[in-house]
Design a protein around this ligand. Structure first.
Ligand SMILES: Cc1ncc(COP(=O)(O)O)c(C=O)c1O
Length: 359
């Protein structure tokens, strides 16, 4: 152990959602559903699947290091230049690239206490200081974050909407916050769940990228159903992107992921079906949870945080034994909360009937 760097020895590992196959094997169950990682329950766009099948014939070749076609396609949709984009092996990798590119050893990142844990984990792996600020009403507290920012703060990570709470910061709060920040501090707006937004006052990060105060993270893991091939991108000022490109590995986005992403962007029908099923599933779950007397936090995402008012690990285990994988929130210090991803109508029904038994 003595040879391990101190920051690595201290770092907490990421806890992933429990896989379906592992649960079946361990508990001897035939049928298991996973509502634990906010994945797309409808699968993947058929167009993306066909594109990957075609691309399989070329996997003896390295992927395009520049992601030329994918960037050009994204740039057309987003109405900006390909030079405003950097592709990543999921947005997880882009978090690492941003920290490596921007944060000096004596600088810090600021984020919330209960948010996507990878900001903190990756910063610590890179031996950077992390300052976390409590949520207020289970929402990012931008006033408190502004107070925590110092001239040594290089990046502020804001998941908007937030995982695991499903809450969001609105446009006026965000714009007020931006005005208070010191000139060198950059806000990273992580919009992993933007597909599911159903409110009007959501600030679209892309509107704030010009000028370099904001960098936006996007993933195709959720709405586009491509979590397994790993593809995300960041939208940033052209004054930053050449340096981000320098930091990344040359072949970070694999050939299948590039082909799938390119095809998925043309499949609006899949995206709108995903949105429709998710929003309808959310309504169903809200209604059923209310009927059960289970409190939930209204969400603008494809998951819901629910308060089971007893030890969340115990309820998680009971649900698991009934073939339903959700996420207990112990790691987030929300000891009585579970996070459940919105599934297909059949999965949502199975979850509710299992929850009735588990409570
Ligand atoms: C807020 C947030 N950002 C980023 C990610 C990671 O996405 P990716 O699959 O693109 O690495 C997740 C995944 O759960 C997330 O919840």
């Amino acid at each position: 152990m003595q040879s391990i760097r101190k920051n690595i020895a201290r770092v907490q590992s990421y806890v992933a959602g429990k896989p379906i196959e592992e649960t079946k094997r361990e508990l001897g169950l035939k049928s298991v559903i996973k509502l634990a990682s906010n994945e797309n329950p409808l699968g993947t766009s058929p167009r993306a699947l066909a594109a990957m099948r075609r691309a399989l014939a070329s996997v003896n070749r390295y992927p395009d290091s520049q992601g030329f076609y994918l960037k050009r396609r994204l740039a057309r949709t987003l109405k900006l230049a390909p030079e405003n984009l950097v592709l990543g092996n999921g947005s997880d990798e882009l978090i690492d690239i941003l920290i490596k590119t921007f944060v000096e050893d004596d600088e810090n990142i600021v984020t919330s206490e209960q948010t996507f844990v990878e900001y903190e984990i990756i910063a610590r792996i890179n031996n950077k200081k992390v300052v976390t600020v409590p949520l207020s009403n289970l929402t990012f507290d931008l006033r408190a974050i502004a107070r925590a920012v110092t001239p040594r703060t290089k990046l502020v990570f804001i998941a908007n909407p937030n995982n695991p709470t499903g809450t969001y910061v609105n446009r006026s709060e965000f714009e007020r916050f931006l005005k208070t920040l010191p000139g060198r501090t950059i806000v990273v707006l992580d919009e992993a769940y933007d597909t599911f937004i159903d409110v009007r006052d959501y600030p679209q990060g892309i509107d704030y990228v010009k000028g370099g105060r904001v960098i936006v993270l996007k993933t195709m893991s959720k709405g586009y159903g491509l979590a397994g091939v790993r593809i995300g991108y960041c939208i940033a000022s052209r004054s930053y992107t050449p340096y981000l490109e320098r930091t990344r590995q040359p072949f970070n986005v694999n050939l299948l992921a590039q082909a799938a992403a390119l095809a998925a962007l043309d499949d609006n029908a899949f995206l709108s079906r995903t949105r429709k099923v998710t929003l309808a599933g959310k309504k169903f779950l809200y209604r059923e949870l209310a009927a059960l007397g289970v409190a939930y936090i209204p969400s603008v995402t494809n998951f819901i945080l629910i308060d089971v008012r007893r030890d969340c690990v115990e309820v998680f285990r009971r649900l698991l034994s009934l073939g339903v994988i959700v996420r207990d929130m112990k790691q987030y210090k929300l000891d009585t909360f579970l996070r459940v991803s919105i599934g297909t109508p059949a999965e949502n029904k199975k979850f509710i009937s299992a929850l009735k038994k588990a409570l």
